[in-house]
Design a protein around this ligand. Structure first.
Ligand SMILES: Nc1ncnc2c1ncn2[C@@H]1O[C@H](COP(=O)(O)OP(=O)(O)O)[C@@H](O)[C@H]1O
Ligand SMILES: [Mg+2]
Length: 251
């Protein structure tokens, strides 16, 4: 059995979580023979576009289906659900993609969430590296749908709010004992002028700043022209820094 390395990217909206995940996937894809899973756990679901992938049904859809049909399904419900979840897996040449989709409505969904918990562990086990694009919330972690996370990277822009989010996420992971091994800050879209202030703040809240990604016109251009972040040139300053971060977290 391979040991799976699980990295989750979190942070305030618009800080560059999805861009960083896409750059990680680009970097991981250049090494052959590695099994990579990208997970979009942000209800906004922007990762497929950043990777240039099309998505049909999401895990959220499969949960709805299971919740509705559970009484009718004969035989092993666990296997049935696992097959449904695998149906939603988008398989690429170099990596696969799972999209969690929208959150459920009111109600417990305890039954399906229990099924999903074991299904996710079974799926994740098949990969060497799992990179998760989370929203600012940690819903899938607090429900233990995704567990044993090796590192959470909180992306922040040059804003106090972005840094406060890092502090809050650290408090939540400590409080809920989520078993997250490491937590780091990644500064993104930062200028040389302000980085010193951000370093000081990170040190005040006792979270290591593991990377400092500059504002990169290549990314802005791709975004403006409707391209995919996965196509960022190898020579892009943001991509070069993203690679360094990937190496530091051991993926
Ligand atoms: N290093 C960067 N340089 C320039 N633009 C960036 C950079 N990182 C992200 N962006 C842009 O910032 C915006 C928000 O990024 P995105 O990854 O969608 O954020 P999030 O997923 O955290 O909401 C997008 O328009 C993206 O293209
Ligand atoms: Mg995003």
């Amino acid at each position: 059995m391979t040991m799976t390395k699980i990295i989750a990217i979190s942070g305030k909206g618009g800080t560059g979580k999805t861009a960083l995940v896409a750059m990680f996937i680009k970097y991981l894809s250049i090494v052959d023979g590695r099994d990579i899973l990208a997970v979009d756990a942000d209800p906004d679901t922007n990762l497929p576009a950043a990777l240039g992938m099309k998505v049909g049904k999401t895990i959220g859809d499969m949960k709805e289906y299971m919740e509705e049909k559970k009484a009718e399904i004969t035989g092993d419900k666990m296997l049935h659900f696992e097959a449904k979840v695998l149906e939603s897996l988008v398989e690429g040449d170099k990596y696969d993609l799972l999209v969690m989709g929208r959150s459920e409505g009111p109600g417990c969904y305890c039954y399906v969430n229990n099924l999903l918990r074991s299904t996710m562990s079974n799926i994740v086990e098949n990969y060497n590296t799992v990179v998760i694009d989370t929203g600012a919330g940690l819903e899938h972690f607090s429900r233990q749908i995704i567990k044993d996370v090796d590192a959470v990277l909180v992306v922040t822009d040059q804003s106090k709010n972005g840094l406060m989010t890092a502090k809050r996420i650290k408090e939540i992971t400590d409080e809920l004992k989520l078993g997250v091994k490491e937590i780091y800050i990644v500064a993104n879209k930062v200028s040389k002028e302000n980085i010193e202030i951000m370093r000081r703040y990170a040190s005040d809240i006792k979270i290591e700043m593991i990377g400092e990604i500059p504002f990169d016109d290549n990314i802005a251009r791709i975004d403006l022209s409707g391209g995919k972040i996965l196509d960022v040139p190898d020579s892009s300053p943001a991509y070069i820094e993203a690679k360094k971060i990937a190496k530091k977290v051991g993926i």
